[in-house]
Ligand binder design. Structure first.
Ligand code: SAM
Ligand code: SF4
Length: 337
């Protein structure tokens, strides 16, 4: 018997708007070794460890998703590489690649990459996203409230040596890294790393008023069009990014614009928090709780709850920066972006 036989006639996951869900992001911890100002409060209250799914439960859930047609799993957090024994989890999930799963990947702040790079590559991870909002060491220290840029750059270098392709994610922040975007494009091009720019989203209380940081990326893109002659690229990954290219660049530049641009129509994903809560949408409260269902009823109960989630998956997010309060109480570190 293989591990899918216990799940009777699994259905692919199609939501109420006909969108096929074949991508799941799994947060393995809400904890992080950084405190990025737009993401977290300085004194974050993290979950007690007993509230998290065990690594074995994460794998069990992943198998249920794979049986229902999920082709890509991305581990995220918090910082996924600070979860104890995460290398074991990556190894177990890596065994699913080519056996139902097309890709296992990761979004990381890069701080622990140097010691995990070889293990990731050995587990079959071929590409990862590394978040890097600035290449200025002092600004990096300020933005992350105390982290070391050099450590992240070492991590990126180790991952590349291990043969892992890197995509850099940069959140555009008004008055902070706005002036650095063209340099980041040049650096990524020189290093052969794609770059995606992201707008800040109003998730969870942080000390600052988020509107202070909000940078509409259409403005940034116009400037990059002038500097690099960017034009729209037909390239799609099934995600929310829209790509632009230039004959002068070997890389593509992606833009994720939940607030200033269309983001939700082709949504192909759901998000699992480290507790086993699954959210139908990054910008909505709609959710089901899978951890107890898994413990008490196994795959059949989980499937029934997933069907309920899919039927009610919202058409789109409810972000609105004109409101002072964040759209949702949960931080991005709950769902991992
Ligand atoms: N710690 C890992 C990292 O930083 O890559 C993974 C989790 S982090 C929450 C995932 C992504 O969300 C990062 O690229 C981060 O910059 C982004 N992010 C965090 N808070 C955000 C917010 N309020 N708006 C937009 N992006 C945010
Ligand atoms: Fe941590 Fe990532 Fe949030 Fe920064 S963006 S505080 S690295 S979870």
């Amino acid at each position: 018997m293989n591990r899918f036989d216990k799940i009777a006639a699994p259905q692919e996951m199609i939501d109420g708007f006909g969108r096929r869900i074949d991508y799941v992001r799994i947060s393995v911890t809400d904890r992080c070794d950084f405190r990025c100002r737009y993401c977290m409060a300085e004194k974050m209250q993290f979950l007690p460890r007993r509230d998290l799914m065990t690594l074995e439960e994460i794998v069990e859930l992943a198998d249920i998703f794979i049986a229902r047609g999920v082709k890509r799993i991305r581990l995220t957090g918090g910082e996924p590489l600070v979860r104890k024994d995460v290398d074991k989890l990556i190894g177990w999930l890596g065994e699913r690649v080519g056996e139902g799963l097309d890709e296992l990947t990761l979004t990381t702040n890069g701080s622990q990459l140097a010691r995990h790079a070889e293990g990731l590559a050995a587990a079959g991870v071929k590409r990862i996203n590394v978040s890097l909002d600035t290449r200025d060491p002092d600004r990096f220290f300020y933005l992350t409230r105390g982290a070391s840029l050099a450590q992240v750059l070492d991590g990126i270098a180790a991952a590349r040596r291990a043969g892992i392709a890197i995509k850099i994610n940069m959140v555009g922040l008004k008055g902070v890294n706005e002036g650095e975007v063209a340099d980041m494009v040049r650096w990524c091009d020189a290093e052969g790393q794609d770059l995606t720019l992201i707008e800040t989203m109003p998730l969870g209380e942080v000390e600052q008023d988020r509107t202070q940081y909000y940078l509409p990326l259409d403005r940034v893109r116009d400037r990059l069009v002038d500097t690099f002659g960017l034009t729209p690229s037909p390239h799609r990954t099934g995600g929310p990014a829209r790509y632009w290219q230039s004959p002068d660049l070997d890389i593509r530049v992606g833009f994720i614009t939940p607030l200033s641009g269309n983001f939700c129509d082709g949504c192909n994903r759901i998000r699992v928090a480290a507790t086993g809560t699954v959210f139908g949408c990054l910008g909505h409260e709609q959710k089901v709780e899978l951890r107890e269902a898994l413990r008490e009823g196994g795959a059949a109960h989980v499937d029934a709850l997933l069907d309920r989630l899919l039927a009610g998956k919202p058409r789109g997010h409810e972000f609105d920066l004109s409101k002072k309060a964040p759209a949702l109480a949960r931080h991005m570190s709950t769902t991992g972006g």
